[in-house]
Design a protein around this ligand. Sequence first.
Ligand SMILES: Cc1cc2nc3c(=O)[nH]c(=O)nc-3n(C[C@H](O)[C@H](O)[C@H](O)COP(=O)(O)O)c2cc1C
Length: 184
Amino acid sequence: MKVLILNGSPHKNGSTAYIINKIKEKLNAEIDEWILYKENISPCIDCGYCNKNEGCAIKDKAQELYNDDYDILILASPVYMYNVTPPCFSLITRLNMIWRNSHFLNIEHNFHTKKGILVLVGGGNGEPKHALDMANLLFKFLNVEFDINTDYIYSLKTDTVPVQEDKNLDKLIDRATEKINEKL
Ligand SMILES: Cc1cc2nc3c(=O)[nH]c(=O)nc-3n(C[C@H](O)[C@H](O)[C@H](O)COP(=O)(O)O)c2cc1C
């Protein structure tokens, strides 16, 4: 069983990293973490390749996501402008290939069913509504099961309550990771 973590924070020791480290301590599995601010994954450039050909023309790390060789997907992002951070969004745009291959070419990418966890961290500037929509889109494309009642870990007032002092957090982490460990 392999866990893939998509880390969308620019901060090595920030709030998102703090939560990711706590999750890692709880999971008994092989873990691969992509630091998206360092991976330089291109956004979709609408080149049209996937309208006429199988797959994506851009040969970067996003291709590994298409390989579908992991069992748990964790998206962990700070909230920026109510959304996930730009490198998360860039990666998500690369999934448009899946829709276009299906729509224009009848090529279906049948990704196997997997479990998901969403981690969102915000300073406290409103609800992360677009981030939730974006995460759901990512999970839908990649056939990730995600239940917001059990698989959502959040700390959304870091400007006033530092993540280390968020009393709700341990409970959320335990709930989500215990569910994953049952499957491992
Ligand atoms: C460009 C930018 C936009 C932000 N937008 C929001 C927002 O819409 N809502 C919010 O709650 N926090 C927002 N924040 C605050 C961050 O989400 C917050 O500082 C977070 O804890 C940073 O996580 P990190 O330490 O893992 O990088 C924003 C921060 C930046 C830099």
